[in-house]
Design a binder for this molecule. Sequence first.
Ligand SMILES: [Zn+2]
Length: 169
Amino acid sequence: MLSEPVLVLNLNYEPINVCNARRALLLIFRGKAEFLENGHGQVRSVQQVFDLPSIIRLVYMVKRPFVKRKLSKKEVLLRDRHTCQYCGHRSKSLTLDHVVPRRLGGGQSWDNIVSACIPCNHHKAGRTPWQAGMALRKTPKAPYPSPYYVLHGRVILEEWKKFIPWETD
Ligand SMILES: [Zn+2]
């Protein structure tokens, strides 16, 4: 139970991290965070019973520079929400496609790399979308550095959702 995930909010209620319940309890005991919501029942020590938090809030403001995302397959798939940018198919086995093929001068950059399903990638082959008669569903670009970045690719518990405005993503 102490390894259950806990959403950590900044002083201003912005999600800042996810830690486990053990670390969350330590932060509370040390006066660094307050208990905001119980999600996982209780835990017993020799003398006491503690409520296990599901959400805690730091009692001080943590300043974070928004992390610039590094170009990688994982990040491109996240940006594209695991959706083929040509046909819109969602899949766990997507490939990366250079929009303008490298041999035609296309770069290794956010605006030239998209997620593509295997059939689309095969069909497009070494051509530009225009040559292949294919259209991108949206213009690829570097993902905006989001404060909710820490939550990408994680399981989001139901009670966390009120603190996570996905539309700002
Ligand atoms: Zn496709």
